[in-house]
Ligand binder design. Structure first.
Ligand SMILES: [Zn+2]
Length: 240
């Protein structure tokens, strides 16, 4: 009898840890697969990021590399081509002018846009900036709103399964003067995206879109995206 008891006990041990607890699954999120909160075992895959799902192109944050930007004249749909480059990208907790927030970090991206071709010299040009989210276009767009008092846009993102509703971004555009170039007059424009984001976040999208793009009755980026009309950067991405 004593021996049988020992054998049963041994079988119980051999059957492994899975029988000791029933897994407590936290659902998959954009960064992790479904994971047991007790033993850390994971199953399946992380959710697919919207930018992967819809095949939306993002450019590396490599400084000084230039990319073509296609837009249109001020008063017509005549094509204008400019060049965009990353002038600066920084990530930090706080500084004199950027107050820190627990669990959050600042990310600041500065883009330089240079425009100066025949069409823009004749008729001027338009440009539009874009802010979006790599992982969840719909979630971001639905939460994104302008705060009149603070003069920035607030939004919510999800990071490792946690909702961060304290995010915000302020976009500043500094239009230069027309200068004489070798063939045409040109203008340098500096566009700065100052964002407060979850610590380590790598999903904020910032860039430019062709001003001819009609997004009036289409709410989500994936509904009006065409690669040729956009120059988009993924802030916080490390592998560039
Ligand atoms: Zn478990």
């Amino acid at each position: 009898m004593k021996k049988l008891g020992f054998i049963l006990f041994a079988i119980f041990l051999l059957s492994g840890c899975s029988s000791i607890h029933s897994h407590n699954w936290a659902p998959a999120n954009y960064q992790q697969p479904a994971t047991c909160s007790q033993c850390g075992q994971s199953e399946g895959n992380a959710l697919t990021a919207d930018f992967v799902r819809y095949d939306i192109k993002v450019l590396p944050l490599t400084p000084e590399k230039t990319y073509e930007y296609h837009t249109v004249c001020s008063d017509s749909e005549d094509a204008v081509t400019g060049l965009v480059s990353v002038a600066d990208y920084r990530r930090f907790d706080s500084d004199e002018t950027h107050q820190g927030k627990n669990g959050y970090q600042w990310q600041i991206l500065t883009l330089k846009l240079q425009i100066g071709d025949a069409a823009s010299n004749l008729h001027g040009f338009r440009y539009n900036y874009v802010v979006n989210d790599y992982y969840n276009i719909e979630g971001f767009t639905r939460s994104y709103r302008y705060d009149e008092e603070k003069q920035y846009c607030t939004f919510t993102v999800s990071w490792y399964g946690k909702e961060y509703d304290g995010c915000h971004v302020r976009v500043g555009c500094n239009n230069g003067e027309w200068r004489q170039g070798s063939d045409y007059y040109y203008k340098d424009i500096t566009i700065t995206f100052e964002a407060l984001l979850p610590e380590g976040y790598d999903g904020l999208i910032a860039g430019l879109r062709n001003s001819a793009v009609n997004a009036a009755d289409r709410y989500y980026l994936n509904q009006y995206y065409q690669q040729n009309d956009f120059v988009l950067f993924r802030m916080g991405e490390k592998n560039d």
